[in-house]
Design a protein around this ligand. Structure first.
Ligand code: ATP
Ligand code: MG
Length: 577
């Protein structure tokens, strides 16, 4: 490709709304342009990198027996109603109507559509296992699109779905996918770590996220420094640590006047007590039912864990009005003792579900709100004064927690989630009735797995991980071009010819090369080449030609080498292997 004819609109400055390095560099390098919030155009250079990632992903999916399909991006509401996700998915789902008022959504994922396809086409155990995958545009109306294509609204995903006769087959295939994912990210030249993940609204029983390690990543990873354990903070288990040994004698419950004082810190100061002796409360609605999460005063709630404990996909924090309605007191004074009953929409009187963190088991003489404005209770004893519906792991892990596997110290790091694998089990096959007949003619639900990779996010993650002040430093496997040539004196026929010859030789040797033949000052062109980050750079000039040579430089290094012009293409082919 000759740059004089190629659309690479590089920019000296990043657009003002570029909020991380990759968003700035991908736009400066002329790879992408923003059309609307979270919606991007991919220009020729950007698309080349995207296609390289896509190719690697396709090869590894094919290698584990995947079959590529292409599914619609417009999906009918009825299918989403069958799984209940039309309601659960919320505002991220872009809903639309056709001219006949038929309701549809733009695909944010494709479990419903693929399961529907398979339930229609697969009948027998002989057709299983089956893995289908696609590269498809997804649309999610993200609340805060950011970081360029990293958290976009429209993005390219590889989504794969596998169907099995039983759980054991699904499990062993899951492990193959895990291996394929590791190969994909290795081949993309990324530093990454697979971690245990929360399965969130898509649900299922078992899941991992593949994280590209980067300071600017949005995800917090808890990684053991001794063993291989790694988990997303949303998932990270907190080893049980009972605070009470049960030997403290329970004191009589006491009401205390705490006007205008409601945060744990302030009440603790007032009472000269440690925040550890508090039962911190947070009120939620789980599928519309009020629930109270209870934590030790110095711990933080992990909402994903609470959702799992309440077995809900729809957890909402109670707003102030709901809070007051549920507790009968002002915000800040709720507690687990004598919590008023609650009237459900169908007229039943029910208790508020209290979910207590495991560390509170056996807690004695604790402080909490009295469900009475301006009052707290002292000497609350679990068991004597109230009984939680259950004890569960509800809190957010802390850097001081030991590894839940080996007890070793953990480290918190940041990552970008580029891939996600789920063992779904029968979560979709049961409601959608994707059944097969086993070898005894018994009808059984298929067992499913689903596996996503954010292909467009991988490109951004590679830039986030590989760049310096001058621009992008591509891993060679996904660089849009392998090499570039700058012809310094573009008005010299000799230089131009030598550059063109090298250009043709490189392409003939299988090295994808960009020739910078623009009538720009050399300094400008060198800057652009550094910005777009092509791994190998040749400079042809009158000076190098006088010696029958060409200057060679790797993007990631400062060293300048001189290569014999006649040998350059052959040498690079070997280096590029
Ligand atoms: P996140 O937690 O980052 O929102 P997710 O858990 O919603 O991701 P999945 O539903 O598992 O994502 O989708 C599979 C993959 O698609 C993710 O691993 C990620 O690489 C990519 N992806 C998800 N949302 C976006 C987005 N808004 N922009 C770009 N890529 C995305
Ligand atoms: Mg998401």
């Amino acid at each position: 490709m000759k740059l004089s004819r190629y659309l690479i609109p590089t920019l000296r400055e990043p657009p003002s709304d570029a909020d991380n390095a990759s968003a700035a560099l991908m736009q400066r390098a002329g790879m992408i342009r923003k059309l609307a919030s979270g919606i991007y155009e991919w220009l020729p250079l950007g698309l080349r990198a995207l296609k390289k990632v896509e190719r690697i992903v396709r090869e590894e999916m094919d290698a584990i027996g995947g079959q590529e399909v292409w599914l619609p991006v417009i999906q009918p509401r009825e299918l989403w109603e069958e799984t209940g996700r039309w309601k659960i998915y919320g505002k991220e789902l872009l809903r639309l109507k056709d001219r006949k008022d038929g309701e549809f959504c733009f695909a944010p994922t494709a479990e419903e559509v693929i399961t529907d396809l398979v339930r229609r086409e697969v009948r027998s155990w002989r057709q299983l296992p089956l893995m289908l995958y696609q590269f498809g545009l997804k649309f999610r109306d993200e609340i805060r699109p950011r970081f360029g294509v990293m958290r976009a609204r429209e993005f390219l995903m590889k989504d794969a779905y596998s169907f099995h006769a039983d759980d054991a087959d699904c499990q062993s295939y899951y492990e193959q996918v895990y291996g394929a994912y590791s190969k994909i990210f290795e081949r993309c030249g990324l530093k990454f770590k697979p971690v245990e993940a929360d399965s969130g609204a898509i649900g299922g029983s078992y899941s991992h996220e593949f994280m590209v390690l980067a300071e600017t990543g949005e995800e917090t990873i808890v990684a053991c420094t001794k063993c291989a354990y790694g988990a997303n903070i949303e998932r990270a288990e907190c080893p049980p640590s009972k605070d009470s040994d049960g030997r403290v004698s329970p004191l009589p419950l006491e009401e205390i006047h705490t006007p205008g004082t409601f945060s744990v810190e302030d009440v603790a100061k007032l009472l000269k007590a440690s925040p550890k002796s508090f039962l911190k409360t947070q009120l939620y609605l789980a599928d519309g039912r009020p629930v109270m999460a209870l934590l030790r005063g110095d711990h933080e709630l992990n909402e994903a864990k609470l959702a799992r404990a309440c077995k809900t996909g729809l957890l909402e924090r109670a707003n102030d009005a709901m809070y007051e309605k549920i507790t009968g007191c002002g915000v800040g004074y709720a507690g687990p003792v004598k919590l008023p009953m609650w009237r459900s929409p169908d007229g039943k009187t029910l208790p508020v579900g209290i979910y207590a963190d495991m560390s509170l088991e056996g807690a004695a003489n604790a402080v909490s709100g009295a469900n009475k404005t301006d009052y707290h209770l002292k000497n609350i004893n679990i068991g004597r004064d109230f009984q939680p519906e259950s004890f569960a792991d509800l809190r957010r892990a802390l850097p001081s927690d030991p590894c839940p596997r080996c007890g070793g110290p953990v480290r918190f790091t940041k990552g970008i989630e580029v891939g996600h694998t789920f063992k779904l089990g029968t979560k979709y096959s049961i409601p959608l009735k994707a059944h097969y007949l086993d070898n005894e003619q018994q009808s059984k639900p298929m067992v499913m797995g689903c596996y996503g990779i954010g292909v467009s996010r991988v490109v951004a993650a590679a830039v986030e991980q590989g760049h310096d002040e001058a621009g992008i430093i591509w891993p060679s496997s996904i660089a849009p071009f392998a090499a570039c040539i700058v012809a310094v004196e573009h008005d010299s026929a000799r230089v131009r010819e030598a550059a063109e010859t090298l250009y043709r030789e490189l392409w003939d040797a299988g090295v994808e090369t960009l020739l910078d033949d623009r009538a720009e000052r050399p300094g400008v062109r060198f800057k652009d080449m550094d910005l777009i980050g092509i791994p190998f750079r040749f400079v042809v000039s009158e000076k190098t030609l006088a010696q029958g040579e060409v200057e060679f430089k790797r993007r990631a290094s400062k060293d300048l080498e001189r290569w014999k012009l006649a040998e350059a293409a052959g040498r690079l082919r070997t280096a590029n292997r």
